[in-house]
Design a protein around this ligand. Structure first.
Ligand SMILES: NC(=O)c1ccc[n+]([C@@H]2O[C@H](COP(=O)([O-])OP(=O)(O)OC[C@H]3O[C@@H](n4cnc5c(N)ncnc54)[C@H](OP(=O)(O)O)[C@@H]3O)[C@@H](O)[C@H]2O)c1
Length: 305
C-alpha cells in the first residue's frame, strides 16, 4: 500500500500525503545505515517528504544517512525549520536565554547550517518554526527571496503561526514571491482540536495552502491513554477500527485528520517502520461523518449542540 501525492498549494511543491517527522530521531539510537534503511522503506510506501528543524538536532544524523547513497536526496522533499534559538546556540554562548529570531541574519545562518548538516545543496521547504514577536515581515520576505534566488530554498512556509501572523507574513511574501507561503504546520489531533474553531484550518483553505499537522497521536498519548479523556478517545477509535476491520487504531486517527477539507498533511513521528506500515493503511480508509463526529464527541465529552 502506498500513499498518494499532492501539492502544498497551487504553485507549491509536490509532497506525499503522509510525511515522516524526524523530531525524535536523535533518541532513536540508529546507525546511519539504519536511518537510511528507514528512509528507503518509507520511500517504498510513497512517503517522500521528511520534516526536520534546526532545533531537533536531526539534520546531522539524517545527512549522515543520505551520504551513504548519493541518489537518495533527489527522491525526497526535505522540510526544515529555522527561527528558534535555544540557550547556548552559536556565538551567543551559554548566557543567552531561549528565544526566537527571524532576522535576516539568523535565517541565513540557520539555512547555511541546515544545508551543511544535511549535506544537500537545497532545502525544499523552509518554515519559520514559531512566531517571533519581534518579526519584521518585510525583512523575512526579502531574505526568503534572496534564498530562493540563490537556489538554497525552493519554497517557504511557517509553523505555529496564528491566523493574523500568517496573514501578515503572507502579504509581505506574496509581494515578492508569487506562490507565497505554502503551508502552516500546526498541532492537530483528537486530543487537540482547536484549529477546527480558531480559524487556522479555514485560513489555510482560503489561501489554498495545505496545513501540515503535527503530533496527530498526541505524542503517543492516544496509544497509551493515562487519563479519562484519552481513554474515552482510545475506546471510540477502537470501535471505528473494528467497524473498518482494522486491527490498529492509528490508521483511523490519520484518516480522521485526512477527512478535513483543505488537503491536510499529517506528520508521522514513529521510529518503528512497522508502525509506519500500519499508518499507511489510512490511505485506503474513508470515514463517514457519523464516525468522524463520534471521535469529535469522544474528545469533547459531549454531543454536538
Ligand atoms: N512544528 C512544530 O512545532 C512541531 C512540534 C512537534 C512535532 N512536530 C513534527 O511532527 C512530527 C510528529 O510529531 P510527534 O512525534 O509528536 O508525533 P506523534 O505521532 O503524535 O507521536 C509520536 C510518538 O508516539 C509514539 N507512538 C506511536 N505509535 C505508538 C504506539 N502504537 N504505542 C505507543 N507509542 C506509540 C512514538 O513512539 P515509537 O517511536 O516507539 O513508535 C513516538 O514517541 C515530529 O517528528 C516533527 O517532525 C512539529
Amino acid at each position: 500500500m502506498t500513499v498518494s501525492r499532492t501539492r502544498m498549494s497551487a504553485q507549491g511543491p509536490e509532497v506525499s500525503k503522509l510525511i515522516a517527522g524526524y523530531w525524535r530521531l536523535k533518541n532513536w539510537g540508529m546507525t546511519p545505515q539504519q536511518v537510511l534503511g528507514f528512509i528507503e522503506q518509507s520511500l517504498e510506501m510513497g512517503i517522500t517528504t521528511v520534516d526536520h528543524a534546526m532545533v531537533y538536532n536531526s539534520e546531522q544524523p539524517f545527512g549522515e544517512a543520505l551520504a551513504l547513497d548519493s541518489a537518495i536526496r533527489e527522491k525526497l522533499e526535505i522540510v526544515t525549520k529555522c527561527g528558534i534559538r535555544p540557550c547556548g546556540f552559536g556565538e551567543l554562548g551559554a548566557k543567552a536565554v531561549n528565544h526566537y529570531d527571524s532576522s535576516a541574519a539568523a535565517i541565513q545562518q540557520s539555512v547555511d547550517a541546515s544545508l551543511n548538516k544535511l549535506g544537500t545543496e537545497y532545502i525544499d521547504v523552509l518554515l519559520i518554526h514559531r512566531p517571533d514577536f519581534l518579526m519584521n515581515a518585510n525583512e523575512v520576505a526579502e531574505k526568503f527571496l534572496q534564498l530562493k534566488q540563490a537556489g538554497k530554498v525552493r519554497y517557504f512556509g511557517v509553523s505555529n503561526f496564528t491566523t493574523d501572523q500568517f496573514e501578515l507574513l503572507q502579504k509581505a511574501v506574496k509581494a515578492l514571491i508569487p506562490e507565497g507561503l505554502v503551508t502552516n504546520q500546526i498541532e492537530f489531533s483528537p486530543l487537540y482540536m482547536e484549529p477546527l474553531e480558531n480559524g487556522l484550518l479555514d485560513q489555510c483553505a482560503r489561501h489554498g495552502v495545505a496545513p501540515m499537522l503535527w503530533s496527530c497521536l498526541g505524542g503517543g498519548r492516544l496509544m497509551t491513554p493515562n487519563d479519562e479523556r484519552s481513554q474515552r478517545l482510545h475506546d471510540a477509535l477502537r470501535i471505528v477500527a473494528d467497524e473498518c476491520n482494522l486491527s490498529d487504531i492509528e490508521p483511523v486517527v490519520y484518516a480522521w485528520a485526512l477527512t478535513l477539507p483543505g488537503n491536510a498533511l499529517p506528520l508521522l513521528g514513529t521510529s518503528k517502520i512497522e508502525r509506519v506500515k500500519v499508518a499507511v493503511q489510512a490511505a485506503n480508509l474513508t470515514l463517514n461523518r457519523e464516525q468522524w463526529y463520534r471521535i469529535w464527541e469522544a474528545s469533547t465529552g459531549h454531543a454536538v449542540p
